[in-house]
Design a protein around this ligand. Structure first.
Ligand code: SF4
Length: 102
């Protein structure tokens, strides 16, 4: 028997490296404000799940997901490199947020 997840609070979020950071950091629109969340992404074990769930381009997302900063669903060019190694190994890019969504 499987246990369904609550869409409002899926279990993977409890493992997120950014758990506990204030929403204004996770949903920041500028790299300077988003940096603590972006740094958390580098060690996040659920980065791929985060990006799949948020679907930033499709949801016109503002904020941080999987080491990338999004504004209105478009990638923001970053100065730092924040992509989690686990995300890169699973098919993410290592460009530090410079890639275009598929
Ligand atoms: S990838 Fe980044 S934004 Fe997503 S859950 Fe992990 S730390 Fe948070």
């Amino acid at each position: 028997m499987t246990v369904s997840e609550s869409p409002a609070s899926p279990r993977w979020r409890t493992a997120a490296a950014c758990a506990g950071l204030p929403p204004q950091i996770i949903f920041a629109r500028r790299e300077a404000e988003a940096r603590p969340a972006l740094e958390a992404c580098r060690r996040c074990p659920v980065a791929r799940r985060c990006e799949e769930s948020v679907a930033p381009a499709e949801s016109y997302f503002d904020g941080v997901s999987a080491g990338r900063l999004w504004r209105n669903g478009r990638l923001v060019r970053l100065h730092g490199h924040y992509v989690a190694p686990s995300h890169v190994a699973l098919g993410g890019d290592a460009s530090g947020g410079l890639a275009r969504p598929a």
